[in-house]
Design a protein around this ligand. Structure first.
Ligand code: GLU
Length: 307
């Protein structure tokens, strides 16, 4: 059969974007693995970005430890690692554009002043609109928010059709925080666009952020990305593995065993022959057999016992 692929088909560019708030745990290994295998399956590039924009949550040494762990597991990223902490100018420029187009507005409200407002899908407080049409007299800006308007539809390659009504499900959202730091939502959109990322594969804990990211892409005139959200690994109590839930560092395990467990978690069913295989053999199998369609279509699943 002759190939009917257009000569100008957009190349696939994926990425892994860990926050250096602690060592890599099983949940982040799953996100790294899913994004990596999907990028390689498409003959694409796979980029690594350290999301250290949220400096209060950044743990000294954690980024280097994550990079070393990824290398030890045999992940091969393309190009230079991007550090969000070095990209403040790009985020400022994006905010200026949002201000210039009237999509961003200054907000004086404190968390306490919003304590009674309704909850959004991700459990934060929906902005009650107090400063939407101008700061109240005598108040000054603490943060900058983007006006949440319209309905965002997208088809997640794993979780299926999604719809978010920006005003109801999200509310006017922060892009520059009261502590002077740029919000994750803005940083991620600016960085993905600048790096030429085309596809985002990550944990389903970020599914509810996707509408904001698509919204910002549209407001900033940036390309719209494609998304696939993997099930998030939880402990037996159903809590997401994280530093807060005392998830073990993935470095506590031999990489081959952890990689097999992550493949299994992603529904890939590695055969028993691989149980005692060396790391390169497991990678060879995974790269040859990866199938996104086999990933369980769930938002979370319990991580295997040993993690
Ligand atoms: N830095 C985020 C995290 O570690 C991931 C962001 C993303 O993949 O968009 O949860």
């Amino acid at each position: 059969m002759s190939s009917d692929a257009p000569l100008t088909a957009t190349p696939y560019v994926g990425r892994f974007a860990p926050s250096p708030s602690g060592p890599l745990h099983f949940g982040s290994l799953v996100a790294a693995l899913g994004s990596y295998l999907e990028a390689r399956f498409h003959g694409g590039r796979w980029l690594l970005r350290i999301e250290d924009v949220d400096t209060p949550r950044t743990v000294p040494g954690a980024a280097d430890a994550i990079i070393a762990t990824l290398a030890r597991f045999g992940f091969e990223w393309d190009g230079d690692i991007v550090w969000q902490s070095r990209r403040i100018e790009a985020y400022s420029a994006a905010l200026e554009r949002l201000k210039g187009s009237g999509h961003a507005f200054p907000c004086a409200c404190t968390r306490r002043e919003m304590a009674d407002s309704a909850l959004t899908r991700d459990g934060s407080r929906r902005y009650p609109g107090t400063c939407r049409n101008g700061l109240p007299p005598g108040r000054s800006a603490r943060a900058w928010r983007v006006r949440a308007e319209g309905v965002i539809h997208f088809k997640d390659a794993i979780q299926g059709a999604q719809r978010e009504d920006m005003a109801i499900d999200v509310g006017d959202y922060v892009v520059l925080r009261a502590d002077g730091l740029f919000a994750y939502q803005l940083a991620v959109v600016v960085d993905d666009a600048e790096a030429g990322v085309t596809h985002v594969v990550r944990g389903a804990d970020l599914l509810d952020s996707t509408a904001r990211q698509l919204h910002l892409q549209a407001l900033l005139g940036l390309p719209r990305l494609a998304y696939a959200h993997l099930p998030v690994a939880t402990n037996a109590a159903g809590e997401k593995l994280s530093k807060q839930t005392l998830a073990r560092a993935i470095d506590d395990h031999p990489p081959a065993a952890a990689l097999l467990a992550a493949l299994d978690f992603l529904g890939q069913k590695p055969p028993a022959e691989l149980d005692h295989a060396a790391l390169p053999d497991i990678w060879r199998w995974a790269l040859a057999r990866w199938d996104l369609a086999a990933v369980p279509r769930r938002r979370h699943a319990v991580a295997p016992e040993f993690t």
